[in-house]
Design a protein around this ligand. Structure first.
Ligand SMILES: [Zn+2]
Length: 329
């Protein structure tokens, strides 16, 4: 996270679709956005997603040991989601695969860790900064596993991107001597969010339910079924399942832990309550943004989304809930 990504400009190709996306924050559009075709329709229309690509010039893939047999691959400049990696006697399994142009570097980083075959690719959700490498990295036979909604949201892309094994609520992959447990936490960041738990290595991967320690507000992809309140609900459900000594890989940012996850929960609750109170009192989005969040959360706007973006995500979520659409799951 060397840059201040939210200061980046929205590529021209996005400008016309920004109002359709109803995603907030400039970099959210670049690095975390659904494809244009997906926002317009849920049909399996073919489309080009090349316009979604951020500038990957000079980006490097850095390998971090996490715990047990699990590693994390980080793309520098925070252009793409963190990859979780399991290496061992059964070969290699990865969670998420960033952007297609980075796959040569990803493969090189995996080869440094193991000479085994890449056997499984698990997707936390469908956003291209997490799943665009599916097609290239599965060519040698790796099996793509994801939530049912991730597959639906990738059907407009070439077949090589499509998850082969899907499920609705939960599933486990037994690999490298441990159970890797997938659990669906619906309707927070998107409608396809999976949380993975490496049960022996004691490592979680939360995807974009959580971005980096205590410095970044979450992105709410409302058009893809996300909700700020559901992010809070999901984190509250998740926390009791996390052992005190577990390591947590967030969707973006450094490896973290339960202490920081609890701080994140507190931030979600306090800021949502503040914004909800003002919204229910009749303040407009602009007025709420003008008042701002609690000063102690000033530093959280460093990452993908600034405070105004998070406030907009909350207000949009409240509007959807008022329309009675929040119980769609
Ligand atoms: Zn995302």
């Amino acid at each position: 996270m060397n840059d201040r990504p939210h200061e980046a400009k929205i590529p021209a190709a996005f400008a016309g679709v920004a109002t359709l996306l109803i995603i907030v924050g400039a970099v959210a559009l670049m690095a975390c956005a659904p494809s244009v075709a997906e926002t317009v329709s849920n049909s399996a229309e073919p489309s080009s997603s090349a316009a979604q690509m951020p500038d990957l010039t000079g980006v490097e893939i850095i390998t971090h040991p996490v715990a047990g047999s699990v590693y994390m691959l980080e793309a520098t400049k925070d252009v793409a989601g963190n990859i979780g990696v399991s290496v061992g006697p059964d070969g290699i399994l990865i969670i998420d695969d960033q952007f297609a142009p980075l796959t040569d570097q990803i493969s090189a980083a995996l080869a440094e860790l193991s000479s085994g075959e890449l056997r499984f690719i698990l997707n936390t959700h469908y956003h291209e900064d997490h799943a665009d490498g599916n097609e290239i990295l599965s060519r040698e036979g790796a099996v793509i596993v994801a939530h049912t909604n991730t597959r639906k949201r990738l059907l407009h892309r070439p077949k090589g991107h499509w998850p082969v094994i899907t499920f609705d609520h939960g599933a486990s992959v037994h690999f490298n001597g441990e159970e890797i447990r997938a659990t669906w936490y619906p309707g927070g960041h998107t409608d396809s969010d999976l949380v993975f738990y490496f049960t022996e290595s004691n490592v979680f991967h939360l995807g974009d339910l959580w971005n980096s320690g205590t410095s970044s507000f979450p992105v709410v992809d409302i058009e893809a079924g996300g909700s700020a309140m559901r992010i809070l609900d999901n984190i509250e459900k998740l926390i009791p399942t996390v052992p005190e000594d577990a390591k947590i890989i967030p969707g973006h940012g450094p490896v973290s832990d339960l202490v920081e996850l609890r701080s994140y929960r507190d931030m979600l609750e306090e800021t949502i309550d503040l914004v909800r109170g003002r919204w229910e009192a009749g303040m407009s989005l602009e007025q709420i943004q003008e008042e701002g969040l609690q000063p102690k959360y000033d530093s959280w706007g460093w990452g993908y989304l600034d405070a105004d973006g998070w406030i907009e995500g909350i207000v949009k979520s409240l509007e959807v809930a008022r329309e009675g659409d929040l119980d769609r799951f």
